[in-house]
Design a protein around this ligand. Structure first.
Ligand code: UDP
Length: 264
């Protein structure tokens, strides 16, 4: 029986308009309106994060959604920081849709909220310390307690802190005291990525990940869209109904879709 070999390529190397899936080619990464997105599923994302943590040094993992992409078009500093990321996870069906148009074959989004529980299990297994930074006071601490209960032996600490540069010395001191291997930063985009870019080297953590509102979801403070809505790519609608104040931020979504259709 003949089988088609799967070849991984950088999608930017392929001419637009060619349906890569038809010729058995899967892209390793996409460039969604200029922002890199790795064509990756949860299992390989965890493996990549494990390798980054093993390597030491300092690495940024970004959870890229359409709001990131649109922001990066007008905010050069944010675009630069996203460009420096070692891993760009496809966070949301809009980005997955855009990446699939470029030959990415991922099974679905890899979101911060879905990533945290298996990541905590991995840290417990490897004896790696975690640190949860950000969200409203008490939220990260609640999640830390939840993760300790679910993963006996896991060393995880939390600090609400602040994304304000004036608080950096205090926040850096709180993080470095724990000497984490993995740092989750929940200040919302782009503040969290800018914080990691600014303070990441000072805290000297191998893997720092911007996780947006994940702590609020995992502690039940914000309800997540039901699975069927997420599978149908309708999480944005659920968020809009529950949090109408997001309307201004979400107004970029149709523009995102239109630009993706126009540019690839
Ligand atoms: N947040 C914070 N400091 C700030 C702004 C936001 O800790 O200055 C927290 C907020 O409490 C929430 C998280 O950042 O837990 C994500 O905020 P948002 O919903 O804006 O981000 P998204 O999930 O849309 O990226």
């Amino acid at each position: 029986m003949m089988s088609t070999a799967t070849v991984f390529v950088a999608s930017s190397a392929i001419a637009p308009g060619i349906d890569l899936k038809l010729i058995g080619v899967h892209a390793a990464e996409a460039h969604v309106l200029g922002v890199r997105v790795d064509c990756i599923d949860m299992e390989s994302a965890l493996k990549r994060i494990e390798a980054l943590a093993n390597a030491g040094g300092h690495h940024l993992v970004a959870t890229v959604n359409p709001e990131f992409v649109m922001r990066a078009r007008s905010d050069r500093e944010f675009a630069r920081v996203l460009g420096s990321a070692d891993l760009c996870l496809p966070d949301g069906s809009g980005v997955v849709w855009a990446a699939r148009r470029q030959g990415c074959s991922m099974s679905g989004p890899v979101t911060g909220v879905d990533l945290i529980p298996p990541l905590a299990a991995m840290c417990a297994r490897r004896g790696w310390r975690m640190f949860l930074l950000g969200a409203q006071p008490g939220v990260a601490a609640d999640l830390a307690q939840q993760l300790r209960t679910g993963n006996p032996g896991l060393a995880v600490e939390a600090y609400a802190g602040s994304a304000d540069p004036a608080a950096d010395d205090e926040t850096v001191a709180a993080v470095t005291r724990h000497k984490p291997h993995v740092l989750l930063v929940a200040f919302g985009a782009p503040r969290q990525e800018m914080w990691i870019d600014r303070a990441g080297r000072r805290v000297n953590v191998p893997v720092s990940i911007g996780v947006g509102g994940s702590f609020d979801y995992l502690t039940g403070r914000v309800t997540r869209a039901p699975r069927w809505m997420r599978s149908a790519g309708l999480e944005w609608l659920f968020r809009l109904v529950r949090q109408p104040w997001r309307l201004r931020r979400m107004a970029v979504l149709p523009v995102f879709a239109w630009r993706v259709l126009r540019e690839s």
